[in-house]
Ligand binder design. Structure first.
Ligand code: ATP
Length: 284
């Protein structure tokens, strides 16, 4: 078995002079839910489009050890822009997918669409946002692929459907499939991700396992005007006179605990993400 399901090396993507992705490396862990988190415009969709060969880029990307042209049928994809099937009804979309994709099960798609309560003969362009997302998910889940790539797969879904979909995504990984998933909804990522990467302004700021994040890192609120060496920490956020620092260095953690008036905050994905992104606002 390969160590990585997808390997991205030094990926760069410019739109004109604008650098949307600035030479990132990314390895997807097989059989896990790999989440790509980041604020609006971070470069997540551009990264996914590059992996799928939908845009030109520079760098090296391999999928299960092969180029995308050889591995297309091994990937199933839910795009951010859910307008591709607009001119069809779910029934016709299923027929079209059966013709175009060798790995597609029409029965499975129809069964999932029924579970999602979708009207099979209505035009998809007339669907609500959540119904369109459900249609794409049903089509994607009906493919016998090894890797599932989801760009914002819960967009517009009601809370009950969203939980069902998150469970389906988690189950894919429990059945040995690899998932790459983008979101900005942190509680969702916290529910299903095994590994996560944080992307900001075209760079990957951090990649690691979600489990144990709070015991690996510590986050301190330091008293006003505490002198610190900003470079020595994973992130430093200054807001007014207050300073927040994030670190996984056990010696630093011991020192920070001794500072009079320093307060330790719980590190969860929300506080980790917020501190890392705010702390890098001036850096990148
Ligand atoms: P969001 O979470 O808002 O969907 P994202 O992280 O997926 O954002 P991208 O869609 O990859 O971000 O966009 C990254 C940057 O590249 C943004 O600044 C965006 O404006 C720019 N960009 C994306 N597509 C194009 C394009 N076709 N032409 C020009 N600029 C683009």
């Amino acid at each position: 078995m390969l160590d990585e399901a997808i390997e991205v090396k030094n990926l760069r993507k410019n739109y004109g002079k604008f650098e949307a992705v600035k030479g990132i490396d990314l390895s997807l862990v097989p059989g896990k839910v790999n989440a790509l988190l980041g604020p609006n415009g971070a470069g997540k969709t551009t990264t996914l489009k590059s992996i799928l060969g939908l845009v030109q880029y520079s760098g090296e990307i391999t999928i299960l050890g092969e180029k995308i042209s050889m591995a297309r049928e091994r990937i199933s994809f839910v795009p951010e822009d859910k307008s591709f099937y607009d001119s069809l009804s779910p029934e016709k979309a299923i027929k079209m997918c059966s013709l175009l994709m060798g790995n597609f099960s029409a029965d499975k798609a129809a069964k999932l669409m029924k579970e999602f309560d979708l009207p099979m003969n209505k035009k998809i362009s007339a669907f609500s946002l959540g119904m369109k997302t459900s249609t794409y998910l049903a089509i994607a889940m009906a493919q016998d692929a090894d890797i599932f790539i989801f760009d914002e797969p819960t967009w517009g879904l009601d809370p009950i459907r969203r939980d069902e979909v998150l469970e389906m995504i988690k189950n894919l990984s429990l059945n040995g499939k690899t998932v790459l998933y983008t979101s900005h909804i942190i509680p969702e990522v916290e529910k299903i991700a095994d590994v996560f990467s944080i992307m900001y302004k075209g760079e990957i700021l951090y990649t690691g396992e979600l489990k144990g994040l709070g015991s690996r890192f510590s986050l301190f609120n330091l008293p006003p005007e505490t002198a610190i060496d900003s470079k020595a920490f994973s992130a430093v956020v200054r807001e007014g006179k207050a300073t927040k620092v994030l670190t996984d260095d056990s010696e630093k953690i011991r020192e920070l605990r001794k500072i009079d008036g320093s307060k330790e905050e719980v590190v969860d994905l929300e506080s980790f993400f917020g501190t890392l992104v705010r702390g890098n606002k001036h850096v990148l």
